[in-house]
Design a protein around this ligand. Structure first.
Ligand SMILES: *[C@@H]1O[C@H](CO)[C@@H](O)[C@H](O)[C@H]1NC(C)=O
Length: 473
C-alpha cells in the first residue's frame, strides 16, 4: 500500500514538473535576462531578507512580509558605491551579481553588488497565495517603494555605505522600473542603466508582432517570413471552411479543443505567434536562422510550419497537446505560487500596462486570430469582471499620465535596446536619447566587454562605464 502510494506520488511529481506548452512559451518570453557568461565563481553571494510593508501607501494596513535579496561584497571596500540589479517578473539568482558588465563597473569603483527580488516573484511572497484579494498589492509603485525602503535601510545599516552613491540596473520590465524609480525617487540614486525598457503602456500593442516579423525577415530571409505567413494563413483558412478538424489532427491538439470556439482558436494562434516571438526575443547568433532552416525544409508552407511547431510542442511531453482556452485559464486560475509567474505578470498587464501582443496589424506574418478581445476577456475571467476592456484602457492611461510614457522626464538614465527586440517599440527609440544595438535581441548587453561584441555593443558598454564614473564622483 505504502509502496504504491510512493509510486503514485513520484508519478504525480513528475507530471507536475513538466511545464505545459503555455508555461514554457511564457517563461521563454519572461525569463530572467541571460546571466553573464564569465563568472567569478569563488565569490560568496549572501541571501538575505528585509522586512517590507504590504502596503506602503495605507497607514491603516500594518501587515509586513520578507523580501529576498542577494549581496556580493567580493570587490567592495568601505565607502564604495552600491550597484543594485533590480529583479523583475522572475526569480533572482546569484550568477547575476558574480560577473558581467555591472560587476566589472563595481570592481572598478570597489562597489557593493546587490540583487533585489520583486514582490510576488521567486521567494518574495507578501501573502500566502495569489487569490484576487491577495494579488492586489502587486503594483509597480508598491515595488518601487520596496526598493526605496531597501536602499534607505541598507545605507543606514551596512558598513561604510552611508554616504555611498547608488547605481541601479535592470533589463526588460526591471529596466522600466529603473527609469520610473529614478523619476519617483530622484535623490535615492545617482544614475541608472535600463536595457530594453518598455515605457509606454498600451493595450493593443500591435507593433510587437510587426517587429517579430521584421526580425525574422532580416535574419532568416523573406522566404522564411513568407512561409510562416502562408502556413498560418492556410490554417486560419481551414478553420474558416469547416476543416478545423484537419488542423486539430495535424497539430495533435487534445480534447477539449473545440474547432468552432473563438476562444480556443484565439488561444491556439496566440500561442503559435508567441513561440515565434520567443525565438526572436531571445535570439543569439544563428538562432532565428536555424528555425528558418527547419521551416524551409518542410515539403510545403503548411507542413514546414506545422513540423516546427510540433517539435516545440513535444518539448512539453504528452501524446497530444492541450492548447484550449480552458487549458490556459486552468494554469492561470491556480492561486498557488507553484513556481508559476504567469498569473502574476498577466495581472500586472491587466491592472497597469496592457501590452497585449495582438494580431491587430496586417504587417506581420502571424495571421488575424489573436485580437485584443482575447486578452481582455482573459483578464476578466482570471481576476474578476471589474477588468473590462474599458477599465484596462483607463488603467493604462493612468499609468502613462503618471510615469510620462515616452517622455518620462528623467535624468541620468542610460537607455539601450536591441534592434531585433520586439519590445523596443514601447521604449524610446530616438537616437539622441537611447542606444539601439544592431542585430541584438532583448537584454543582450549585460556581459563583460569582449571580443565577440559588435563595435556598437562595445561602444555602448564603454559609454555606460563612462557615465557611471561621472555619477559616482
Ligand atoms: C500608483 O500608480 C498609479 C499609476 O498607475 C497612480 O495613479 C497612483 O496615484 C500611484 N499611487 C501612489 C500612492 O503613488
Amino acid at each position: 500500500m505504502k509502496f504504491w502510494l510512493g509510486i503514485a506520488l513520484v508519478l504525480l511529481a513528475f507530471a507536475q514538473s513538466r511545464a505545459t506548452i503555455f508555461q514554457r512559451t511564457f517563461k521563454r518570453l519572461h525569463e530572467e535576462p541571460p546571466l553573464p557568461s564569465n563568472q567569478n565563481r569563488a565569490d560568496i553571494v549572501e541571501t538575505l531578507w528585509i522586512e517590507q510593508k504590504l502596503d506602503h501607501f495605507d497607514e491603516a494596513e500594518t501587515r509586513t512580509w520578507q523580501m529576498r535579496y542577494m549581496l556580493n561584497d567580493a570587490v567592495y571596500q568601505s565607502g564604495g558605491p552600491l550597484f543594485i540589479y533590480l529583479g523583475g517578473e522572475w526569480e533572482i539568482s546569484s550568477g547575476r551579481i558574480t560577473g558581467g558588465h555591472m560587476y566589472d563597473m563595481a570592481k572598478e569603483h570597489n562597489g557593493l553588488l546587490a540583487y533585489t527580488e520583486h514582490r510576488y516573484y521567486g521567494q518574495s511572497k507578501p501573502l500566502p497565495d495569489l487569490s484576487n484579494e491577495n494579488i492586489k498589492y502587486l503594483t509597480v509603485n508598491q515595488s518601487l517603494a520596496d526598493l526605496a525602503h531597501f536602499i534607505t535601510s541598507i545605507k543606514a545599516t551596512h558598513e561604510g555605505l552611508s554616504e555611498s552613491k547608488v547605481i541601479i540596473v535592470g533589463g526588460s520590465y526591471s529596466a522600466t522600473m529603473v527609469t520610473w524609480f529614478k523619476k519617483t525617487y530622484p535623490d535615492l540614486v545617482a544614475g541608472g542603466w535600463a536595457s530594453s525598457a518598455p515605457l509606454f503602456a498600451k493595450v493593443n500593442f500591435v507593433e510587437y508582432k510587426e517587429i517579430t516579423g521584421q526580425s525574422i525577415e532580416l535574419m532568416g530571409g523573406s522566404a522564411c517570413y513568407k512561409r510562416i505567413e502562408n502556413g498560418i494563413a492556410e490554417m486560419e483558412d481551414m478553420f474558416a471552411t469547416k476543416r478545423g478538424g484537419e488542423v486539430k489532427a495535424l497539430l495533435k491538439l487534445c480534447e477539449p479543443f473545440d474547432v468552432s470556439s473563438d476562444l480556443d482558436i484565439w488561444t491556439l494562434f496566440s500561442e503559435i505567434s508567441d513561440i515565434f516571438a520567443g525565438v526572436v526575443q531571445t535570439h543569439n547568433a544563428g538562432q532565428i536562422e536555424g528555425v528558418c532552416q527547419q521551416i524551409m525544409a518542410g515539403s510545403s508552407d503548411l507542413i514546414g510550419v506545422a513540423s516546427y511547431l510540433l517539435d516545440e510542442f513535444a518539448e512539453s511531453g504528452g501524446k497530444c497537446y492541450d492548447l484550449s482556452y480552458d487549458g490556459i485559464t486552468g494554469v492561470l486560475l491556480d492561486t498557488n505560487y507553484n513556481g508559476n509567474i504567469m498569473r502574476q505578470w498577466i495581472f500586472q498587464t491587466c491592472n497597469e500596462y496592457g501590452w497585449y501582443q495582438t494580431s491587430g496589424s496586417a504587417d506581420q506574418p502571424f495571421g488575424t486570430k489573436f485580437p485584443v478581445t482575447y486578452y481582455t476577456t482573459m483578464c476578466a475571467d482570471l481576476y474578476g469582471s471589474k477588468y473590462s476592456n474599458e477599465f484596462i484602457t483607463n488603467q493604462v492611461s493612468t499609468t502613462n499620465a503618471y510615469y510620462g510614457g515616452l517622455s518620462p522626464g528623467v535624468e541620468n538614465v542610460y537607455l539601450t535596446h536591441g534592434q531585433l527586440d520586439p519590445w523596443r517599440a514601447m521604449g524610446i527609440q530616438d537616437a539622441d536619447q537611447a542606444t539601439i544595438l544592431p542585430e541584438y535581441a532583448h537584454c543582450k548587453d549585460f556581459n563583460s566587454i569582449s571580443s565577440s561584441d559588435s563595435a556598437e555593443m562595445k561602444a555602448s558598454k564603454e559609454r555606460i562605464a563612462e557615465l557611471v564614473r561621472e555619477w559616482v564622483k
